[in-house]
Design a protein around this ligand. Structure first.
Ligand code: MCA
Ligand code: AMP
Length: 502
């Protein structure tokens, strides 16, 4: 095999007329059509001067074209970094600079908005959208076959930015083998086959939508209904033509709000999978009552792909993330990395072919989170039962998960602390009926100063993606602290727990 990820996912089906994508706006795309378009993108990237190992940044709307670009990059040995479409130019600059990307691909019409980013040295800017763009035009002129670039299993395929357990975003280096091994394991564990039709409404700039959903479907030779975004009504329209769905918990709570969701509508479905954030046991039960299906919950991270899953056959236990996947070692440890007995709460550590290669150009950060013996410290607090089922009980890291998107309080606090009149700030996650959790900001004013909340919110809107914006601000005299002087975020969480009734 020359390029294991390309060959196993797309290459082996490149000549097949079988459907890969059902497009809700009309029509389908076969494996052969998709492979041909990916090859054209591979050619266009090469013609633009990108060599194997170079980085390609993309902030594009979800479309078949954007997906084909990603698979073109894989075929050409180019390392891609997909970026949340909600990121502001300020946020984007960091990722592009840090990764040393040679090319940024963005939506047509975004050139003015991205002028500051495009001014970075040695960076090209091209556009791509559902309806075209200059990269699409260039690709149209390229041959529909491309000589696949040979890659070794440890060669990098993608850089996915995540803040990990602390601080500024870091590029998680994912190798060909990391991605392929996980796709093959999940395909087998979840019994995906050519007859499956997946409802795909996740974004394709994160592990869940790209590596879990798309790679598993390709590995199985199955097809997916490729929605531009999640819309409960549209999902329900398509459900009778599908067999499986993958989603974050918000998908499930929103589906439950629609009275059309019932046993009949879900009659052709064989599997509903949830992940990226905790699924409430209550949602699990309500979904089973309405549809007769027990949601299969699994657990993973950007750095590790998927680690544990409830079983396909066997008990899908609400409130747990199931058992370690085959080939993945999972242990619950104390802070020194010593194994704790079953039933005790500790930090979850994982090791296996799924675990990433480290953080891009940050060897110290890598050493802090990836032990010399190969175990990765997830920062999630968990307990493992006698029967091996893992339950995530909390987080040792300061992280908020809103609708499946990660928000790092530190990033928001750093911005708030710089605002005129602000002495200090604290951001905490509180329960939210739709997003699971949402950030709330507490601001303390400097002596004699007054905080202009309008100005604070305007600055937040300018600098940070919408999903990170606190949904509530409070001005307080001080922050609760323990005897060591550390801010007691749990006190703040309790104080605001009932702000958004769930
Ligand atoms: C959109 N908004 C959000 C979110 N999404 N705010 C907070 N949290 C969010 N997740 C903003 C919108 O910009 C909008 O702003 C307002 O909130 C309401 O938008 P709405 O129409 O309700 O949102 P939506 O477009 O329907 O999106 C909600 C969503 C979406 C469907 C839950 O966020 C989503 O697809 N989430 C999935 C994320 C995901 O794939 N995570 C996997 C990460 P305004 O009001 O100003 O217009 S991978 C991972 O975690 C690991 C590896 C794993 O285990 O999978
Ligand atoms: P990310 O950094 O986007 O890869 O997010 C990974 C984090 O999401 C994990 O470290 C967990 O905190 C959380 N997560 C993912 N799946 C689950 C799940 N099923 N239950 C609870 N938390 C989860």
């Amino acid at each position: 095999m020359t390029n294991p990820l390309h060959d196993s996912l797309l290459g082996q089906r490149a000549g097949q007329d079988s459907v890969f994508l059902h497009l809700p706006q009309g029509g389908t795309l076969s494996h052969a059509d998709f492979a041909a378009r990916a090859a054209q993108f591979a050619g266009a990237l090469r013609a633009a001067g990108l060599r194997p190992g170079d980085r390609l940044a993309l902030q594009t709307d979800k479309s078949a074209e954007a997906l084909a670009l990603i698979f073109g990059a894989i075929q050409a040995g180019i390392v891609f970094l997909p970026l949340n479409t909600g990121y502001t130019p300020d946020e984007l600059c960091y990722f592009v600079e840090n990764s040393g990307a040679r090319l940024l691909v963005a939506a047509p019409g975004s050139e003015d908005r991205l002028a500051g980013v495009a001014a970075l040295p040695e960076l090209g800017l091209m556009t791509l959208g559902e309806e075209g763009g200059d990269l699409a035009d260039r690709a149209a002129d390229r041959p529909t076959r491309f000589p696949t670039e040979p890659r070794a299993p440890d060669d990098l395929a993608a850089l996915l930015y995540t803040s990990g357990t602390t601080g500024r975003s870091k590029g998680a280096m994912l190798s060909q083998q990391n991605l392929l091994s996980n796709a093959q394991t999940l395909k087998a564990e979840w019994r995906f086959a050519e007859t499956d039709v997946l409802l795909h409404a996740l974004p394709i700039f994160h592990t869940h939508g790209l590596f879990v959903a798309t790679n598993v479907i390709l590995a199985a030779g199955a097809s997916m209904v490729f929605f531009p975004r999640f819309d409960a009504g549209q999902m329900l329209d398509w459900m009778p033509r599908a067999t499986a769905m993958m989603g974050v918990p918000t998908f499930y709570t929103r589906l439950l709000e629609d009275p059309r969701l019932d046993r009949d509508r879900a009659a052709t479905m064989r599997l509903f999978i949830s992940g990226s954030a905790p699924l409430l046991a209550e949602t699990h039960r309500a979904f089973e009552e309405r549809t007769g299906h027990r949601i299969l919950e699994r657990y993973g991270m950007t750095e590790t792909n998927m680690n544990t899953s409830n079983p396909y056959e066997g008990e899908r236990r609400a409130g747990t993330v199931g058992l370690p996947l085959p080939g993945v070692e999972v242990r619950v440890c104390d802070a020194q990395g010593r194994d704790l007995p079953r039933g005790e709460i500790g930090v979850l550590e994982v090791r296996g072919p799924n675990v990433f290669q480290g953080y891009w150009q940050m060897p110290e950060k890598t050493a802090e989170e990836l032990r010399a013996n190969g175990f990765f410290i997830t920062g999630d607090l968990a307990v493992m039962g006698e029967d091996g089922y893992v339950t995530i009980v909390g987080r040792a890291k300061d992280l908020i998960i809103s609708g499946g998107y990660n928000i790092y309080p530190k990033e928001i606090e750093a911005l708030l602390d710089e605002m005129p009149g602000v002495l200090e700030s604290a951001v905490v996650g509180v329960p939210h009926p739709d997003f699971g959790e949402t950030p709330v900001a507490v601001l303390v004013s400097a002596p004699g100063a007054e905080i202009a909340l309008d100005a604070v919110q305007a600055e937040v809107a300018d600098k940070l993606a919408r999903f990170k914006h606190p949904r509530h601000y409070e001005i307080a005299d001080d922050l609760p602290r323990n005897t060591m002087g550390k801010v007691q975020k749990n006190v703040l969480r309790d104080r605001f727990a009932g702000l958004f009734p769930t």
